[in-house]
Design a protein around this ligand. Structure first.
Ligand SMILES: NC(=O)c1ccc[n+]([C@@H]2O[C@H](COP(=O)([O-])OP(=O)(O)OC[C@H]3O[C@@H](n4cnc5c(N)ncnc54)[C@H](OP(=O)(O)O)[C@@H]3O)[C@@H](O)[C@H]2O)c1
Length: 260
């Protein structure tokens, strides 16, 4: 593959860590111009230095997507940085909550939806005029668990299911404007996601280390899917198997999960 994103202006949310960080470095290698958003400034600056070392133009933007209006302000600042252009919006920022519904505090549920869903929709709405002008891309990072609700992370699954529906509807709406929507569905990936989770109840902080899909592997697959303007990419064998098993025998998956 050449450098399909040479000089393409892109905004990546959650670029300070994990999949967003790896994606920033991969797109920088492809020559993209990047605005990288997140809350953690030192981490963002580290990613900026690494991306500049392999690519070209990089700016960082401090932004807490849980704050109402922050997503729109982030997009406005990025579009201004690029002189009114935007080739891609990568809605990657997100976090998890582990808690059975019986003990899930309502404020945690609301914050989960604010960051994982409402900010994604708000950022995309604000970005659409610039994306239409560029016949650009929206990349929404959902999850394989958006296709199958799992115990103890049901609220997180709900947010990722919402992202899946958003991507499908938006893709159909925006096709006539030349904007394409890629839905990314990672399975377990080795990032800071597990340690950043909010946990209520007696649940392990870390995931089993047997799952070795890395953020770099995810980024390479996502960039290839972006270049090919694919509709959806599911990342990692365990996640793909879960989606397959649930499609073929949801009753069996229900039984197994109820017995855990
Ligand atoms: N890792 C997995 O197993 C996995 C599986 C399926 C889907 N995903 C999804 O992949 C995406 C990336 O996660 P990751 O695995 O790379 O986890 P990560 O290493 O924890 O990265 C999450 C990113 O989201 C940002 N973020 C979180 N809350 C934010 C807020 N309120 N405002 C702005 N930015 C915020 C963080 O930036 P700051 O801390 O700097 O704000 C960080 O850059 C998420 O949407 C996640 O749901 C992950």
């Amino acid at each position: 593959m050449g450098r399909p994103f040479q000089d393409h202006p892109m905004l990546i949310t959650g670029a300070s860590s994990g999949i967003g960080r790896a994606l920033a470095l991969e797109l920088a290698r492809q020559g993209a111009s990047l605005v990288l958003a997140g809350r953690d400034e030192p981490r963002l600056q580290e990613v900026e230095r690494a991306a500049v070392a392999v690519g070209g133009f990089v700016r960082t933007l401090r932004c807490d997507l849980a704050v109402p209006g922050a997503a729109e302000a982030m997009v406005a600042a990025a579009v201004e940085t690029f002189g009114g252009r935007l080739g891609a919006l990568v809605n990657n920022a997100g976090f998890g909550v582990t808690a059975e519904f019986g003990v899930l505090p309502q404020p945690d549920l609301e914050r989960l939806f604010a960051v994982n869903v409402l900010a994604v929709v708000a950022a995309t709405r604000k970005a659409l005029p610039a994306l239409r002008a560029a016949r650009g891309l929206v990349v929404n990072v959902g999850s394989v668990v958006g296709r199958r609700g799992l115990p103890t992370i049901g609220a997180y699954c709900m947010t990722k299911a919402a992202i899946g529906s958003f991507s499908e509807a938006l893709r159909a709406e925006e096709a006539r404007h030349g904007v394409h929507v890629l839905q990314v569905e990672p399975g377990l990936t080795a990032t800071r996601f597990a340690e950043n989770r909010v946990i209520h109840g007696d649940h392990p902080r870390h995931y089993p280390s047997a799952f070795t899909f890395t953020a770099e592997m995810a980024a390479a697959r996502i960039v290839r899917a972006m270049a090919r303007r694919r509709d959806r990419v599911v990342l990692g064998l365990p996640g793909r198997l879960m989606v397959l098993a649930n499609g073929l025998a949801p009753w069996l998956v229900n039984r197994l999960l109820a017995r855990r």
